[in-house]
Design a protein around this ligand. Structure first.
Ligand code: AMP
Length: 192
């Protein structure tokens, strides 16, 4: 079982690395941002509900997100592990995840903290805005998202550090180098 959690600011490459780790280990990449984008594209009830928040770069309410993750981790394909990306983002979500993982007996193998200077994150998001045209990559939404990251999500680093399974990853490097470090960290975590 390989249960990986990715933490770090927007633009750090969590999505890219999350997909690589998932493919390498044959486990799903559970990315809440992707799940919400799919719901918005489908025009589902959930999508309609979250769209204004998403577009503004604000956070979707905790209870909604916790329910989404509870349902997702109940699916068969996560039995051998998962790469969780974009959740938790608030202390309440982290507490709910601790409880959920305890309940289903699937502790986190490792928490990878993507480290990246703020100005590099902003530059990467600007470039992505040009390439992908994501609705929440407007300058204003980017500012809101990074502010919320600092206020709500960054404190979770200490939460996981205190539990002893946090590993730092220097994310300001080529994709293959970052992935190499991650693979090493996963091997070490697996033998611990
Ligand atoms: P991401 O692709 O992870 O940057 O997520 C894009 C957007 O989806 C965020 O700016 C939020 O609006 C929403 N979102 C994704 N995950 C969460 C979460 N765990 N809690 C609240 N909102 C979320």
């Amino acid at each position: 079982m390989l249960n990986v959690l990715l933490l770090g600011p927007q633009g750090a490459g969590k999505g890219t690395q999350g997909k690589l780790v998932a493919a390498e280990h044959g486990i799903p990449h559970v990315a809440t941002g992707d799940m919400l984008r799919a719901a918005i594209a489908d025009g589902s009830e959930l999508g309609r509900q979250v769209r204004p928040l998403y577009d503004a770069g604000r956070l979707v309410p905790d209870d909604l997100m916790i329910e989404l993750i509870r349902d997702r981790l109940a699916r068969e394909d996560t039995a051998e592990g998962f790469v969780l990306d974009g959740f938790p983002r608030t202390p309440a979500q982290a507490a709910a995840l601790d409880e959920l993982l305890d309940e289903i007996g699937r502790p986190l193998t490792v928490v990878l903290e993507f480290q990246l200077p703020e100005e590099v994150a902003i530059e990467r998001l600007r470039r992505r805005a040009e390439d992908e045209g994501r609705a929440d990559d407007t300058p204003e939404a980017i500012r809101t998202r990074l502010r919320l990251y600092h206020e709500e999500t960054e404190p979770l680093i200490e939460h996981y550090r205190a539990r002893g399974n946090l590993v730092g990853v220097r994310a300001d490097r080529p994709v293959a180098e970052v992935f190499g470090d991650i693979q090493q960290a996963l091997e070490q975590a697996a033998v611990r």
